[in-house]
Design a protein around this ligand. Sequence first.
Ligand SMILES: [Zn+2]
Length: 270
Amino acid sequence: MPAWICRTCGVQYPESGEPPAACPICLDERQYVGWGGQQWTTMAELASDRAVVLREEEPDLIGVGVEPAFAIGQRALLVRTPRGNVLWDCVSLLDDAARAGISELGGIAAICMSHPHFYGANVEYADSFDARIFIPRADQQWVQRPSPRIEFFDDDAEPVPGITLARIGGHFDGAAVLHWPAGSEGRGALLTGDTITVVPDRDWVSFMWSYPNLIPLDEPTILEIARRAGRFRFDRVYGGWWGRVVLHDGAAAVRRSAERYVARMRGQRP
Ligand SMILES: [Zn+2]
């Protein structure tokens, strides 16, 4: 029996003879059901005309994407550490070449995701690499494929020693970031998916309740996101897509972007 994958959000569901009746993640107002109605695929079908690509972002940080792009089109990130590797966010496809490539890089000890839109095929990745999965308790309701590997946490977790997973909220109550102190040549990197999204002007980031439907967040939530991210020291911010990276002074970019967001909501313009 196949484990069905939603064609719009790319999230994988448990094995079943028939596809699920609906995708709760796409029915939520932060997403949308595809214009042609709910459609499903399988990993075997995806593998017939797509492939996983592994591409180095910086030393010990490998982007994991799918080409041609599928569903939301995010790329995940494999953080390599001496105490085990962490897969940050996930994609919908795991093919033989990726399995071999990731094994060569040291495999995966833990998987954690910024938010439910990037859950992808996380259980399939975890089963393949015997990895732990960390999900914030606040987003427990969004888990579509249960697994005994999933460990729920409240505000912080340490998926491998030296790496911090922190729930900072906003886009989802459980929206999280991953702090990698060794990133950017030891200046630190914050991996954010679109909990904090890196915008085309890469000196800036933004924050939304819904990205596809452009539903904003409120002032107290924006300030709280900035406060919670502010406890970390980081130079780079890695958003959820290829190229969406604040290359330097990321902590200041998050701070001034939160301030600008609040100022615009108050009607203040440059
Ligand atoms: Zn969906």
